[in-house]
Design a protein around this ligand. Structure first.
Ligand code: NCD
Length: 430
């Protein structure tokens, strides 16, 4: 088959909305066999799926797709047109997505995995130049956007901070954006003011991606978070519909949770427990938007109460740089997520996430490092997923996602099988 067996099977399960167990039963195979077919090519335990299974899966997916097609005849055309904002190919907010379009983006991200895992290379964006404009602190978002663009064959021009930009000379967002649009083919912008990236986007017709606008949104982070949750749930045999998601920490200024709760609200029957210190609660407009689809939302200041029965625990850092008069340095010790509280309140299948960076300074009480050896800690699987998801965003916005599959060539070097010394056995695997 043209696409890899792993991408094919993951896509089939997502389209049919079935857990691994139910999917295995539906196609009449043992769960263990399915697991080996889902391993990336090149991994030692990976096995080829029999041709008859592949034909059967194609048949049931196509039947389902036909039904879907009639139900959603309005949804057609390239994905970038369906997620466009103000008629342009830009990614400013997760509000641009439906459940169907977000899952379509993830099918593209799955296609990127062999490149992200350094098995294959592609040059579909050869000649294209990305402008990475970061007016606020960043390591992973800036580098992963840049690396994602490079791994598609493009090149990157960077500028960081206000000090070395013409904005320090009083240049307007409009002028900066129009000028940059003449130099590069796509831009990623991070800026401390909420709504400012939309201003940049209004001043150019090239693709613009919001890399974080103050306490507003961080759509690419939320997309990679959702992709991580779906991948982890697939491994654990869980469905996202009906899951219990705990968001903990600075929910007032943390833009990653602002975007993530909206994306998760596209699913059915969710339970959200929001745990924050007094004064750092999730803004009202987001609670209202997320509860519109009938999801249950509970708020508490008690971490131990909030964590009970969580499928996902999403911790965040205190965004002190955005404080407007709040009087807090970090969390108090009873807001720290660590091994003891996760053991006491959560099960073996809970996953613990954080957008990073973790504030490791004394007195910050951010997510503890004592979970580093615990396979429930998904933070580095999460950061690794930043690459395929951001590659998918670029490929879709620039309209080249259909060229990727046939552009793949083998890499010439051999990367280590596990990137980090603490990576658990299934790290990077599904
Ligand atoms: C987050 C951000 O910038 O909003 N970081 C990131 O992009 N992964 C979270 C944070 O800074 O706490």
């Amino acid at each position: 088959m043209a696409i890899s067996q792993q991408v094919f099977l993951r896509d089939a399960m997502r389209r049919l909305n079935l857990t691994r167990d139910v999917f295995a039963a539906r196609i009449g195979v043992k769960r263990r066999a399915l697991d080996t077919w889902l391993l990336p090519e090149g991994s030692q335990e990976a096995r080829a799926m029999p041709e008859v299974v592949s034909r059967f899966v194609t048949e049931i997916v196509e039947n389902g797709a036909l039904m879907e097609k009639y139900a959603q005849s309005a949804q057609s055309g390239p994905l970038r047109d369906r997620i466009s904002a103000s008629g342009k190919h830009q990614l400013l907010s997760v509000d641009q997505f439906t459940r169907e379009s977000v899952e379509e983006l993830f099918r593209v991200a799955d296609l990127m995995q062999p490149i992200a895992r350094r098995r294959k290379v592609s040059r579909v964006l050869e000649g294209a130049v990305l402008g990475n404009l970061f007016f606020e602190a960043s390591t992973r978002t800036r580098v992963s956007f840049g690396a994602a663009f490079c791994r598609l064959g493009g090149s990157v021009c960077d500028t960081t901070g206000f000090t070395f930009s013409s904005m320090a000379k009083g240049e307007s967002i409009y002028d900066t954006s129009r000028v940059m649009g003449g130099y590069v083919d796509a831009m990623v912008i991070r800026h401390p003011e909420k709504g400012s990236v939309a201003e940049f986007a209004a001043a150019t017709n090239i693709p613009v991606v919001n890399g974080g606008d103050g306490a507003g949104e961080h759509p690419s982070q939320a997309l990679l978070d959702l992709y991580t949750i779906l991948t982890e749930f697939s491994r654990l045999g869980k469905l996202l519909d009906g899951a219990h998601i705990v968001m903990a920490g600075d929910l007032k200024y943390g833009r990653t949770v602002h975007s993530l709760i909206k994306l998760l609200a596209l699913y059915r029957g969710m339970k959200f427990t929001l745990v924050s210190p007094p004064g750092l609660e999730m803004p009202e407009y987001l609670l209202e938007q997320a509860s519109r689809n009938g999801h249950v939302i509970e708020q508490t200041h008690d971490l131990a109460v909030g964590l009970k029965g969580a499928d996902v625990v999403y911790a965040t850092r205190v965004q002190k740089e955005r404080f407007a008069g709040e009087n807090m340095e970090g969390y108090s010790a009873d807001f720290q997520i660590n091994r003891a509280i996760v053991d006491a309140c959560c099960g073996p299948d809970t996953i613990v996430m954080h957008p990073l960076p973790r504030d490791s300074r004394e007195g910050a009480f951010d997510l503890s490092t004592d979970l580093n050896h615990d396979p429930r800690l998904a933070i580095f699987r999460q950061t690794d997923n930043g690459i395929p998801v951001r590659m998918a965003i670029f490929a879709v916005l620039m309209g080249v996602e259909g060229l990727v599959q046939h552009s793949l060539r083998d890499v010439t070097w051999s990367p280590p099988s596990h990137i980090g010394p603490d990576d658990s056995v299934f790290h990077g695997l599904d």
